[in-house]
Design a protein around this ligand. Structure first.
Ligand code: MN
Length: 326
């Protein structure tokens, strides 16, 4: 519960703050917002960032240096992980429990499995950034901590699709207004997050759109992205982020799906698995389908990753869709 989490912040002195694997704007924005908050109450807080931060999120760092690994001998009173719904989404190289101390989860997803020692999930919040503002209030801070407005605004703008999704409440908009009053620049954030595309990303969009297949009497649009398409376009995986939303744009489509060949590097070398990203226009609950495929997520946005080929993944997806639509 929130009191337990506030106690961690009050009683500890030195904290590590991490994002989920492949950080997005909500995860990184809420991590930075929390770091500024912890510092505002006199604590030491460090960002754990073992992965490359996507170019579109670099502006959030604003000089913050993340640790790619924890130096030998360092110990933390607690480690916070932001916006994480499943253990598999812990960042690579997440330190052992003797280094991290208790792991505190701050999130707004319905949990997929248990991760963390102390968990605060507010599934009514549109973004983990909103949950951080609850912590700021719970800690009794009079105003938003210095430097927290832009990352928290970016977190909320990103997870609400620019205050468009059904998760956007009057409270979300009020928080948005407070963050603007505290100095966040709406166009700067929107431009960085949504509008500064590289030419390769535009080529990739064109290639992905060319793969669209309408299924289930036009209720589903399925697209794909292969390693070959990425190569030909000169694109990288970060550029695939958000592409699934185009499948949902078609009138009559209830579920948009993107099948995505994904390279996995492990001790055995490199192999290709398939990510399946799902988006609902509103009625359909895609978390049901993702969960049936060993994944998870929200009603409107869910995903899974399967260790099978893209064609096999499409077959499994179509089988689940057949069940879902009865
Ligand atoms: Mn989120």
């Amino acid at each position: 519960m929130i009191e337990q989490v506030l106690d961690v912040a009050r009683t500890g002195e030195r904290f590590l703050v991490a994002c989920h694997r492949r950080p997005d704007a909500d995860s990184l924005g809420s991590a930075l917002g929390l770091i500024k908050t912890l510092r505002a109450i006199g604590k030491e807080a460090t960002l754990f960032m073992p992965e490359k931060v996507p170019d579109s999120l670099l502006f959030l760092l604003d000089g913050e240096q993340g640790l790619a690994e924890v130096p030998e001998g360092l110990r933390y009173d607690a480690t916070w992980v932001m916006d994480i719904a499943a253990k598999a989404l812990l960042p690579p190289g997440f330190p052992s429990s003797e280094v991290t101390g208790p792991v505190v989860i701050i999130d707004h997803h319905h949990a997929h499995d248990d991760v963390g020692d102390i968990v605060y999930r507010d599934t009514d919040s549109a973004a983990t950034g909103e949950v951080v503002i609850q912590l700021i209030e719970g800690l009794g801070l009079e105003s938003l901590p210095e430097g927290s407005a832009t990352p928290l605004y970016a977190a909320i703008v990103s997870d609400t699709g620019g205050f468009r999704y059904a998760t956007t409440t009057p409270a979300t908009l009020r928080l948005g207004a407070r963050l603007l009053e505290a100095g966040a620049d709406p166009w700067h954030v929107a431009y960085q997050l949504f509008e500064r595309w590289e030419p390769a990303r535009l080529r990739l969009l064109s290639a992905i759109i060319a793969t669209v297949e309408m299924a289930f009497d036009g209720r589903v649009a399925i697209m794909r992205v292969t390693r070959e398409m990425l190569d030909i376009c000169g694109a990288n995986d970060d550029m695939v982020e958000g592409m699934v939303n185009y499948a949902r744009r078609v009138e009559g489509v209830e579920i948009g799906a993107l099948l995505w060949e994904w390279e996995v590097r492990d001790a055995a070398g490199v192999h290709v698995e398939t990510k399946v990203s799902l988006r609902s226009r509103g009625e359909a609950d895609v978390s049901v389908i993702a969960t049936a495929l060993n994944g998870g997520g929200h009603r409107a946005a869910a995903a899974t990753q399967l260790d099978i080929t893209i064609d096999q993944a499409e077959e499994r997806l179509r089988a689940e869709l057949t069940k879902y639509f009865g």
